[in-house]
Design a binder for this molecule. Structure first.
Ligand code: GRF
Length: 205
């Protein structure tokens, strides 16, 4: 029996793309069960787009300001992602909230990795907010995106210690190491094994 075709991943990002790189590295193994078929961004000139190009992965950029309204941007982003027929769409440091059109198309298979232990510290300053609060453990959360800000059903979480001499930078980096490993592990499991969601509980058989 031949192996099934690898699942199609579209990755959205806004920055350095180290999570993308981890996925690109993992998908080099045919046994992983997925490949990155496109990378989209909300801005030009970021390292994440260079990483995609270096791997020969097609890219697209949809800047919010290039469209008359936010809804037009959302529709364009949805169309560009749809062109690549994704089985899973991954927000990996994508600093934009998508809208209704996108969620209608991909809300059942759009995952985001966030650098805090949700529901604590949503938003774009997770490590800074965790440090300011004085928590002793921090970490990352992988979840299915819903219409809220970092509120969707949780797929997986990983913790790292907060050290007394941590800075925002040192904590951010420690989280990112654990976050990348979690992303690779769970994206692979999702595409290979499938999942169910009931009453917010995500289960991978
Ligand atoms: C990740 O830590 C993510 O949680 C946060 O931005 C970071 C993206 O890093 N929202 P990279 O671009 O994948 O290196």
């Amino acid at each position: 029996m031949t192996d099934p075709a690898p699942a199609r991943l579209v990755v959205l990002l806004s920055g350095s793309g180290s999570n993308l790189q981890a996925l690109l590295d993992a998908t080099a193994d045919p046994g992983y069960g997925a490949r990155v078929v496109a990378v989209g961004a909300d801005r030009d000139g970021i390292a994440g787009l260079d990483r995609a190009a270096a791997a020969g992965v097609p890219t697209f950029v949809d800047r919010v300001k290039a469209y008359p309204t936010r809804a037009d941007w959302d529709a364009a982003l949805t169309a560009h992602v749809a062109e690549h027929k994704p089985d899973l769409v991954i927000s990996a440091g994508f600093l934009k909230l998508v809208g209704d059109t996108f969620l209608t198309a991909f809300g059942d298979r759009y995952v985001n990795t966030h650098n805090a232990l949700l529901p604590s510290f949503p938003g774009i300053h997770g490590p800074r907010d965790a440090l300011a609060y004085g928590v002793k453990v921090a970490g990352a959360t992988l979840f299915f995106v819903d219409a809220g800000v970092d509120t969707g059903p949780i797929i997986a979480q990983v913790t790292v210690p907060v050290l007394d001499d941590d800075t925002e930078e040192s904590l951010t980096e420690r989280i990112k190491v654990a976050e990348r490993a979690q992303l690779v592990e769970y994206v692979g499991r999702l595409v290979r094994e499938g999942w169910t969601i009931q009453d917010r509980k995500v289960r991978i058989p």
